[in-house]
Design a protein around this ligand. Structure first.
Ligand code: HSE
Length: 290
């Protein structure tokens, strides 16, 4: 049996639309075992079919490697909510690819796995941290992925998860088609500031850099709790963003006590929101036999 553990992720990280993503210390476990026929367990019945995304990625990796897809029993143990901006689909994709690589001895290296993942997912900012961990900067150019990985640097996160979903395709339709030159220049400056602040663990500068103008203004309208959380970010001067395309929102800090305090405040004022403390994980997908 092959066991694969894959982290939840947060894509965009405010000013890094479609290019930045980080891994959380919050994992799902997916196992791949020998079977006479395809069998999928551990998730709701409607997902236990050949359309299951873990199996789709498993099958895709085998076919791309020119190998007949072997029958397999896939078991999925995950408490990461679906369609909330925590990379649940990327987790499935990475689990399926990594699982197939070991289960069917495909011999793919991690760069090849990332290429396949981007082929399935369409953009790299969730699949890269799910595979590699830490904070990943990915630039796609002429079909090539240029990637650098920054360490987790002791950043912690408070993840605020509303009960409602936001569909990524719908949230992509809400995006502006063009931005002005001054806005583009501002975004570039903030992106550079973000990277400096991340590496140097400078929370005040990270807070300053986290003011996106590409995707958050339009997507904030899809998340009714956004204004209240944004206000808390200002009150507490904490870096804050919509995770992926939402509905989850994340606050970042070096200081867990600040996030604990905010967690209590949100739990008191907004009992309908799920609030979870996590750390940025230096580890991506892990796989082992047994
Ligand atoms: N970069 C993607 C987006 C992440 O914002 O649409 C969600 O998959």
């Amino acid at each position: 049996m092959i066991t694969v553990r894959v982290p939840a992720t947060s894509a965009n990280c405010s000013i890094g639309f479609d290019t930045l993503g980080l891994a959380f210390d919050w994992r799902s476990t997916i196992t791949f075992d020998k079977s006479e026929t395809l069998k999928i367990t551990g998730c709701p019945d409607e997902f236990c079919t050949p359309d299951n995304l873990v199996y789709h990625a498993f099958d895709f990796a085998c076919k791309k490697s020119g190998i007949a897809t072997p029958p397999v029993h896939i078991d999925i143990d995950s408490d990461i909510p679906f369609a909330r901006g925590l990379g649940s689909s990327s987790q499935c994709v990475i689990a399926g690819l990594v699982g197939a690589n070991l289960f069917a001895a495909l011999g793919l290296d991690t760069d090849q796995l990332l290429e396949l993942a981007v082929e399935i997912e369409g953009h790299p900012d969730n699949v890269a941290p799910a595979l590699f961990g830490g904070l990943n900067v990915c630039v796609m150019e002429d079909g090539r992925i240029h990637r650098v990985q920054l360490e987790a640097r002791d950043w912690k996160a408070l993840v605020v998860i509303p009960g409602y979903e936001v569909s990524t395709p719908e949230a992509r339709k809400a995006l502006p088609e063009t931005v002005s030159l001054p806005d583009a220049a501002m975004q570039v400056g903030r992106a550079m500031l973000f990277e400096y602040a991340w590496v140097h663990q400078d929370e005040a500068q990270l807070y300053t850099s986290c003011k996106d103008i590409l995707h958050e203004p339009s997507r904030a309208k899809l998340i009714r709790d956004y204004p209240a959380m944004q206000e808390l970010s200002k009150t507490h001067q904490l870096p804050f963003w919509i995770s992926g395309s939402g509905s989850t929102m994340a606050f970042l800090s070096q200081d867990e006590a600040r996030l604990e305090e905010l967690k209590k405040e949100i739990e008191e004022k907004h009992p309908d929101l799920e609030v979870r403390l996590s750390r940025v994980s230096r580890l991506g997908a892990e796989a082992f036999y047994g």
